[in-house]
Design a protein around this ligand. Structure first.
Ligand code: URA
Ligand code: SF4
Length: 203
């Protein structure tokens, strides 16, 4: 299964967003509340890609509005990037989760390669409409979506690489990984350092 048949060939971001609301390109639409499409200016120079919406994002319908989003906001400020000027999206547009027990909080489940591939047509369509100067890949899932599963984040984070689409990109850790890191401050500073590479590249 794939989203390809749902993606309109014509129209801008607004047309994509409308069509994505009805995507059945994989199974994830069934249990999630709504499609969480990318957000930001159509002429953004920086294009940031996360993994998939979390619990908050699923409820609110907007990317990076939960705890990982708060951390990302702070890191962007520290790297000298204005969130209002970047386009922010996810590799996968529906929240994948498990319900461990009745009444318990929904637990985020990492999307598989099948879901990442199924959803990639949306990501490529967003990239095509925004035409950014630089793409920032937040975490291994985003990196695998645009650089392939052979890309080694630990080895190549913070390096400017070229996407198949002819756009430069830089990969870094996911903000959620910073929240889980044993040395949170060091992980946070690493994220800020990589975002600073992105800020300088497009300056
Ligand atoms: N994590 C992500 O990768 N994306 C979001 O939108 C929120 C949390
Ligand atoms: Fe479509 Fe992506 Fe949602 Fe799957 S996750 S239904 S491909 S928008």
């Amino acid at each position: 299964m794939t989203a390809v048949d749902y993606v309109p060939h014509r129209g801008g971001l607004a047309a994509l967003r409308r069509a994505a609301a009805d995507c059945h390109g994989c199974e994830l639409y069934k249990d999630a509340t709504q499609t969480v499409f990318g957000e930001g200016p159509a002429d953004a120079r920086l294009f940031l890609v996360g993994e998939q919406p979390g619990d908050r994002e699923d409820v609110e319908g907007a990317p990076f509005v939960g705890p990982a989003g708060k951390l990302l906001d702070r890191a962007l400020v520290d790297a000298g990037i204005d969130r209002a000027e970047v386009y922010l999206t996810n590799a996968v547009k529906h929240f994948k989760f498990t319900l461990p027990e009745r009444g318990k909080r929904r637990i985020h489940k990492k999307p598989g390669q099948g879901e990442v591939s199924a959803c990639r047509p949306w990501l490529l369509a967003e990239l095509d409409r925004v035409e950014p100067e630089l793409v920032v890949l937040l975490g291994a899932t985003a990196a695998s979506a645009l650089l392939g599963s052979g890309f080694r984040l630990t080895r190549h984070r913070g390096e400017i690489v070229e996407l198949e689409q002819g756009v430069p990109a830089v990969a870094t850790v996911h903000p959620s990984a910073v929240l889980r890191a044993p040395d949170r401050e060091a992980a946070y500073q690493g994220l800020v350092a990589d975002l600073t590479v992105a800020a300088r590249h497009q300056a």
